[in-house]
Design a protein around this ligand. Structure first.
Ligand code: SAH
Ligand code: SF4
Length: 372
């Protein structure tokens, strides 16, 4: 029988495992701290656990994160890892350092079924949901690799202060594994991040937004991209199932539980499609009742998209309209350009599917964290 991967288990499940081995409850917390806080992958390193427990654990459990295929560091400090999740699927995790914070952008699926018109992940289709171990394994790996490269040994000195679920995939279409991962991110024995510093981005899965509000209300970003249903139907096909009126009502409901008193609306800037002054006015009217901020994302082109990025002047003019109407509006900065190029160079010597993942990271890299 396969040994259980501890990265797949949240605190309650580790407690059940430890109880099943006939051990006291506090051992579960010790184990969680060894794995997540200290990044231990070998039980023999867990020196304050009895030898007998260590060997029991060794026979039933393991700590296994996805294997790293590539590790690239940009001149601006942005770092990305290409991770192998088996059977030709690869995913990307991106670390974006800033003065006051370090943000990790995490993937939740290999591919994505939502198929937004402007998204390279969507264009590659859906392969599968990531497991909890593959989602939290990105944070586990990145946090401890970053600490090691900075010579940090103290377990409380965290490098990653913020997590955004904005990598490949629609997190709310992989609800259970995402939820378990979120709980681990917040768990004081694991990563101890505050709810305000963990942001889930969704294309608008209304029922799951309600579930999340009850189960684990972290900060929420909603990918809006259009000021009316006709255009949003075209850009984000999920809108046909959950149109704007329902989506905005779900945002209102979420705010009752949210750790922040606003929703972040993401809006990818597409030349001639959704970036006119008239559309800005329509957008302002649309969200009038929802406490929100805007994050405008300059479209990152990929081959065959048939779409263009709005000009910088247009993006600034659009932002100004929103700001004049009283909405805090930021324009997402581009980061990691130089490893973006390296990314294309790597494509030749990894498996076919990983090339798709690298295309996806080209749009991941221009990402900086939403508000902290
Ligand atoms: N599936 C979720 C989270 C992952 S996508 C969602 O859609 O919200 C994270 C963000 O990147 C979304 O706002 C998405 O619209 C944006 N995005 C996707 N493709 C992009 C591209 N080519 N250029 C710029 N932003 C893009
Ligand atoms: Fe999926 Fe988000 Fe890409 Fe849309 S933008 S296809 S929901 S990953």
């Amino acid at each position: 029988m396969d040994r259980v991967n501890l990265l797949d288990l949240d605190a309650a499940q580790v407690a059940a495992l430890v109880a099943g081995l006939g051990e006291k409850a506090f051992r579960a917390r010790q184990l969680t701290r060894w794995v997540h806080r200290r990044g231990a992958a070998q039980f023999e390193a867990m020196t304050d656990l009895a030898k007998s427990l260590r060997s029991k654990l060794d026979s039933v459990a393991q700590v296994r994160a996805p294997a790293v295929i590539r590790d690239a560091i940009s001149e601006d400090g942005t770092r990305k890892w290409l991770l192998d999740v088996g059977q030709g699927d690869a995913i990307e995790t991106v670390f974006i350092p800033e003065d006051e914070r370090g943000t990790l952008c995490v993937s939740t699926q290999a591919g994505c079924a939502v198929n937004c018109r402007f998204c390279s992940t969507g264009k590659q289709g859906f392969s599968r949901n990531l497991t909890t171990a593959e989602i939290i394994g990105q944070l586990w790996w990145a946090e401890h690799a970053l600490r090691a490269s900075r010579g940090i040994t103290a377990e409380h000195e965290r490098v990653i202060s913020n997590v955004v679920l904005m990598g490949m995939g629609e997190p709310l279409q992989n609800y259970e594994a995402t939820l378990r991962s979120l709980r681990l991110m917040l768990d004081d024995d694991a990563y101890g991040l505050s709810r305000r510093r963990v942001t889930l981005s969704t294309s608008g899965m209304v029922p799951q937004m309600d579930r999340l509000a009850h189960d684990c209300p972290v900060a929420l970003a909603v990918s809006l991209h259009a000021p009316n249903d006709a255009l949003r139907d075209n850009l984000v096909p999920l809108n046909r199932k959950y149109p704007l009126r329902e989506l905005l009502a779900a945002c209102q409901r979420y705010l009752t539980f949210a750790p922040r008193d606003f929703i972040t609306f993401e809006y990818v800037m597409l030349d001639g499609l959704n970036d006119s002054d008239a559309q800005a006015r329509q957008l302002i009217a649309l969200v009038a009742d929802v406490p929100c901020k805007f994050n405008l994302i300059p479209f990152n082109p990929f081959p065959g998209s048939g779409l263009k990025r709005s000009t910088s002047e247009r993006i600034r003019a659009f932002a100004l309209r929103l700001q004049d109407a009283g909405f805090v509006t930021t324009i997402r900065k581009t980061r990691g350009d130089d490893i973006d190029a390296a990314c294309g160079q790597l494509a030749g010597d990894v498996q076919d599917r990983t090339r798709l993942a690298q295309r996806a990271v080209r749009r991941l890299l221009p990402l900086v964290a939403v508000d902290s």
